[in-house]
Design a protein around this ligand. Structure first.
Ligand SMILES: NC(=O)c1ccc[n+]([C@@H]2O[C@H](COP(=O)([O-])OP(=O)(O)OC[C@H]3O[C@@H](n4cnc5c(N)ncnc54)[C@H](O)[C@@H]3O)[C@@H](O)[C@H]2O)c1
Ligand SMILES: CC(C)[C@H](C(=O)O)[C@@H](O)C(=O)O
Ligand SMILES: [Mg+2]
Length: 361
């Protein structure tokens, strides 16, 4: 049966990095005889410019029908001044996540040994690093109601958001995290702010309750401020971390730098049936867009995750990850992961090198 993959390039460096990931997917398709069909649609600022909305109906319909989605990135200064916040590019991304109920966000931070020099930390602190951040993606303060900016009686304005999680929302992300930990090092650290926020007191309570169903997984709890510090001090103490939407957003960008660059961190956003959207953790990088220097590897690795989690093509996924390792062995580096003695390459050169390594594997 043909599996349909929707490609959403988005904005900024999005189209540049997605072009390379699509080349890699097309190569995998031929090499592994995959029965996949690729389609395209607009999201984010590109969709706003064309349709006046960051998530047009036609994109949502295609996304609903697709077996998996590969997205570049959305947003940029061009749209930051839009008065109606609902029309901003980021709303297109959030609309896809919540509309498709992609609550389980997996963000693996793995240090390729070849990039030990590029990591922000000393080699002995990061060598062998392999962490999985499980981020709740469709709830928490990102989606809680009420929200907005209101006028107070004294005439000044007040901005407000609401941080809420229901028991069922916590339970379902807990299950994703415990099951992930079972398949890995069997250690799960739940990150919260239960010393201050009631919503995370409940989070901690439910984590403890769900833990009873996974006696082989060792559960610990950590406050988010300490977790940020520990990620930078001694990241290898972690195996799987689970946390809410906003803390996960922040901690995953911090974890990215341990792997050498935000351009190395892929992600999967899954619903309860493992249908998913795959995207690099980074944004549209307006500061380097159009220069052909962005690192496409996080997007290429996201395509590998897509083959593994949603399309059941793990041999092709393994081969893409091996091809990425091979190009790093060859000394090829985009500017963000460059170090002395390596060969600096463009976005397209990096993509083509992965294609060649995959084709010759
Ligand atoms: N998933 C997404 O679509 C997503 C994620 C984060 C931010 N954004 C949006 O992107 C825009 C820019 O946000 P930002 O600047 O805070 O974050 P960003 O991740 O776009 O960029 C942060 C820094 O990392 C660098 N960088 C990011 N990706 C890179 C890559 N592949 N290769 C090399 N360097 C890379 C950028 O050049 C920049 O210096 C905003 O509109 C934001 O809302 C979108
Ligand atoms: C662009 C933005 C809405 C998004 C988020 O905050 O989730 C991004 O930072 C991410 O990490 O995917
Ligand atoms: Mg982010």
């Amino acid at each position: 049966m043909t599996q349909n993959v929707l490609i959403l390039p988005g904005d900024g460096i999005g189209p540049e990095i997605v072009t390379e990931a699509v080349k890699v997917l097309e190569t995998a398709k031929q090499k592994f005889n995959l029965n996949i069909e690729l389609d395209n649609a607009l999201v984010g600022g590109a969709a706003y410019d064309e349709f006046g909305t960051p998530l047009p109906e036609v994109t949502m319909q295609k996304a609903e029908k697709a077996d998996a989605i590969l997205l570049g990135a959305v947003g940029g200064p061009k749209w930051d001044e839009l008065d109606d916040r609902e029309l901003r590019p980021e709303k297109g991304l959030l609309g896809l996540r919540s509309g498709l109920e992609l609550f389980g966000n997996l963000r693996p931070a793995i240090l390729y040994p070849q990039l030990a020099d590029a990591s922000s930390l000393k080699p002995e602190v990061v060598s062998g690093l392999d962490i999985l951040i499980v981020r709740e993606l469709t709830g928490g303060i990102y989606f809680g109601q009420p929200r907005g900016i209101r006028e107070l009686e004294n005439g000044e304005r007040q901005g407000y958001n609401t941080y809420v999680y229901s028991e069922s929302e916590i339970r379902r992300i807990a299950k994703v995290a415990f099951e992930s930990a079972q398949k890995r090092g069997k250690k799960l650290c739940s990150v919260d702010k239960a010393n201050v926020l009631e919503v995370t007191v409940l989070w901690r309570e439910i984590m403890n309750e769900v833990a009873k169903d996974y006696p082989d997984v060792e559960l610990s709890h950590m406050y988010v401020d300490n977790a940020a510090m520990q990620l930078v001090r001694a990241p290898k103490q972690f195996d799987v971390m689970v946390t809410g939407n906003m803390f996960g957003d922040i901690l995953s960008d911090a974890a990215a730098m341990l792997t050498g660059s935000i351009g190395m961190l892929p992600s999967a956003s899954l619903d309860k049936n493992n249908k998913g959207m795959y995207e690099p953790c980074h944004g549209s990088a307006p500061d380097i867009a159009g220069q052909g220097i962005a690192n496409p590897l996080a997007t290429i690795l996201s395509a590998a995750m897509m083959l593994r989690y949603s399309l059941n093509e793990s041999a092709a996924a393994d081969a893409i990850e091996q091809a990425v390792s091979n190009v790093l062995d060859q000394g090829l580096r985009t500017a963000d992961i460059y170090s002395d003695g390596m060969k600096k390459v463009s976005t397209a050169e990096m993509g083509e090198a992965v294609v060649a390594a995959l084709a010759n594997a």
